[in-house]
Structure formats: C-alpha cells, structure tokens
Design a protein around this ligand. Sequence first.
Ligand code: SAM
Length: 446
Amino acid sequence: MSGASAREVARDVVLAVARDDAYANLLLPARIREAGLTPADAGFATELAYGTLRWQGQHDALIADAAGRSIDAIDPTTLATLRIGSHQLSRMRTPVHAAVHETVALLGSHRGRAGFANAVLRRLSEVPAEERLARLTADASDDDRLALETAHPAWVLRALRRTLDREGAGDELGALLAADNDPPAVQLVALPGIADPDAVDGAETASPIGRVAPPGDPARLPQVADGSWRVQDAGSQLAALALTRARPVQAGERWLDLCAGPGGKAALMAAEAAAAGATLEANELLPHRARLVREAVRGIQPRPDVVTGDGRRYGRGETAGAFDRVLLDAPCTGLGALRRRPEARWRKQPTDVPELAALQVELLEAAARAVAPGGLVAYVTCSPHLAETRAVVDRAAALGLVPVDTRAVVRELSPGIELGETGDAVQLWPHRNGTDAMFVQLLTTK
Ligand SMILES: C[S@@+](CC[C@H](N)C(=O)[O-])C[C@H]1O[C@@H](n2cnc3c(N)ncnc32)[C@H](O)[C@@H]1O
C-alpha cells in the first residue's frame, strides 16, 4: 500500500472541508480517482478522511492539549495534517512510526511546520487518548464530558437528549451517540412496479421494499446501474411510503413533492404514482438540485413534472387545494443523518435551528393551502430536533390540519418495527431502527 498518497488524499479532503467548506462525500471519490489509488489505498483514505472528520472535535481537543496552544493558532494545513495523525494514533491502531513519520512527511521540507507536527504527534503517541481525555474532562459537566468522548458538539447532544427524554427513552442516548459514529451499511430500495425486492441478495431493512446492499460499490450492481434499484436509507423509504400507502389511491390523484431535491423520495413517489394512476409534481428551489430530481425520475413513466421555484408560492391561485397528497420533506439541520455525513455535526450551528424552523413553518403553511380537502400532508425531516419536528407540527392546527395516526401507518408498512412513545408521530432512530433519525407526521384537513 502506498500509504503516503492515501494519507495525502485524506489530509487534502480534511483541509478542504475546513478551509473551503467542501463536502467530503463529493470531494473524496474525485480525489481518489485523480490519485489513481488502489482499492486498498482508497479504503484506507476513506476510513482516515471520514473518521477524522467525524471525530474532529475530539482530535482538536487532544491536539490543543499536546501542542499547548489553541487550534486557532495552528495554520490550516498543519492542523489538517495533525488531525489525520491524531486519528491514526487514537482510532486506527496504525503503528506509531507510520502514523507519525508518514503523516509529518506530508508537510514536506517546511522545517518549522514539520518539526512542530512531529513534536505534537510524538506527544500524542506517548499518552493514550483516553487518559488525556479523562484529564481534560476532569472538571467538565457530564454533558461536556460525554460530548467530547463521543465527538458530538454539546448543543447537538443536548438536542438529541431532549427528544429521547420526551419519549421516555433518555437512557438510549449513549446507544444513539455510538450509532452516529458507526458508518452505516448502504441501503437500497426496489422501485415499486419496476423492480422486484427479492432480486437483490441482502438483509431486510425496516422498509418493506428495501435491502441492505451487498458489500462493494453498489453502483456495480446491474439493478442499480439500470436505475430500477436506488441507494436510499430505509427511513426515507418509510417516510415516502407512509404518504403514498396511508390509504388507497384513487386513479387521477395529484401528488406534490414540495422540496424534492435531490430526488430520492420523488423517484419512489413517482414509481408509486405510476403504479396507482396518480401524477406527481416535484418542486425544488435550487436549479442544480432540480436537475438532480429530473435525473432521479428519468425513465419512470409517466414522467413527473419537475419545476423549479420556492415552495412557499404553492397553495395560491390554481394550486390552492389542488393536491391530494403533499410531501413536505423540509430543509433541516440534518442532525438525524450524522452517521452518513461525517463533517455535518461540526458545520451546523445552534443559530441555524430557528432560521430553519421559521422556513419549515412557512412551507407547512404552503402545504396546508395546497392540499385538497380531505387530502394528506406528510411533514418529514431528517432531524430529530424538537424545534424542527414537534414545534412545527404544533402549528398545524392553526393551519386547518389535524394529525393522522402515523405510527399505525408505519406499523402496517413495517410490522414489528420498534417505535417510541411519540403520540401520532413517528420518530425513527439509527440505534433502534437502523435508519436515519427521520421524523414523520401525517396530517389531513379538519
Ligand atoms: C431535505 S431536502 C429534500 C430531500 C428529498 N426529498 C429527497 O428525498 O431526495 C430539502 C430540499 O429542500 C430544498 N429547499 C430549501 N428551501 C426551499 C424552498 N423554500 N422551497 C423549495 N425547496 C426548498 C433544498 O434545496 C433541498 O433540496
């Protein structure tokens, strides 16, 4: 294994995420291809980059302690190099010599930086990370200690705890935080009416039309290559199916996906609509994401209308009361998909929450105006934050919407699924259901 180039790819990705706000899941595959890494090196680079990003908060605390200075005082390239070094030392069991020497070598002949990085990594290698962390958190609150130990920002940890507490499951917090740090198996969906859920050999998931992908690149499966199967979390599948299968479909129904990009649920809804004689309109604010929706639904007949624009315009004029089923898969913090998006937990800020919650309420107002009398709205987020879930749904009554027993609908779809005490709503969890932490509330008109 030419570990040096794999390390360089991982370091460059960690650096680009911090410096340029890059997305690791987009950048890493491109960098691996450019560098021509072997499959083994690509695996090492992936584990190193994603792992470092996921545990970044903990690495930063360790590095600051060993360096005797704030991480803000370390230049970005050296810091990214130290982060991947710390990850190899504390979480990958890489031999110390390789973890220090090969990592420091990435800083080239810049003597000041390389000497500093060498000293910090040597110091890190001399004291086990747990010992250093125990010292660092000796006087910390329980939340701050757990946050550092599990590499979650404390505000995220508190938000997750509040939601679990609300369903009387506060004792599951540790399992949830551990699940967030466990890279998930890829899950697939067989598009209804197009693919056979038994055609792929994989374990069952929480979704009746899902399977766990066999090991390896899912894009190599013929069913994925021909578009009849898609990569999709089982929680997302259940959220879309809850809307499309909550009650029998009348031929000619009109469906709306208000926030459709990049189109995972739109493709599933389009297949469901085609099988039942309904039509789908998929809307997305951002033109480049609307293009992804068009690609996602290509090949599904009849082809859904994909339109670009602000979802808040719906429900006035000719779209007032025009749709029998409306999916509002709202823009959110994504705190329910942390296991999938390594850097996301460090990028989100508590100040994002009220801004998103206000937008979610406005989109729910549009959904309430656009749904036909007696029709269904599904309010969905891939965040379990109460401000983005219960607090938004609490506004539904004032908009003329009442809750539908969504737990009963999901139990019908997924017999035996474990659901918490969440009233009419469904809150899925990675540690419990093997899905992202999706929230789903079906609503109908009063
Ligand atoms: C959670 S994602 C939807 C995921 C999608 N349903 C899927 O399964 O692939 C939310 C989407 O809403 C879009 N969005 C944000 N603000 C919007 C608005 N005002 N109107 C419509 N879409 C919006 C975002 O660009 C993003 O693509």
